[in-house]
Write a protein that binds this ligand. Structure first.
Ligand code: CTP
Ligand code: ZN
Length: 155
């Protein structure tokens, strides 16, 4: 528990707290969630805040929003220790650690311009999750963990 003196980012009423994000990844979390500040939702971000478990961590709080499974799946690739806390009426009603899936679809796009998933065809991207990145199921191009954020198919 964090006491009031240490609380750097105020509590939210309803929404999602993405906690224990690896330090330095908060902006990538926002990118994965498609948050650029234009849609009006209240978002708080803490970067490099002290953490017992991680030393330093980032934290992202999004008011009025719960995350889809595919968003959580992609978050797990860049923030494998993250916990997803669902808050309702100021209480944490659900807390889950992210789990790395075996596969991810749609949210990442293949960086290979010639890949069939980038052609003008109704084919959505599909990747197999590796220990340090993902591999396109169509053309086998590898997107390393630190390249995931740059290859998001959001907006
Ligand atoms: N939180 C929030 N708004 C609320 C309730 C909780 O922003 N209304 C945040 C807390 O500040 C914390 C996270 O959600 O960063 C998880 O809350 P809680 O489970 O109460 O904290 P801890 O017990 O410290 O969680 P953990 O054991 O996962 O570190
Ligand atoms: Zn591909």
């Amino acid at each position: 528990m964090t006491d009031d003196h240490q609380l750097r980012v105020s509590k939210i009423r309803n929404g999602t707290v993405i906690d224990h994000v690896a330090a330095g990844q908060a902006l990538n979390v926002l990118a994965i969630l498609g948050i650029d500040g234009t849609s009006g939702e209240a978002v708080s971000v803490g970067m490099n805040v002290p953490s017992d478990r991680l030393g330093r961590k980032d934290i992202v709080k999004v008011e009025g929003r719960e995350l889809s499974q595919s968003e959580v799946d992609v978050l797990s690739l860049i923030a494998p220790a993250a916990s997803i806390n669902i808050v309702r009426d100021y209480d944490v009603v659900e807390k889950n650690r992210v789990v790395r899936p075996d596969a991810v679809a749609s949210i990442i796009s293949c960086p290979n311009r010639n890949c069939i998933s980038n052609a003008d065809e109704p084919i959505q991207s599909s990747f197999t999750v590796l220990s340090d990145g993902v591999r396109c199921d169509y053309c086998e191009t590898i997107v390393r963990e630190d390249e995931v954020a740059a290859n998001l198919d959001v907006n």
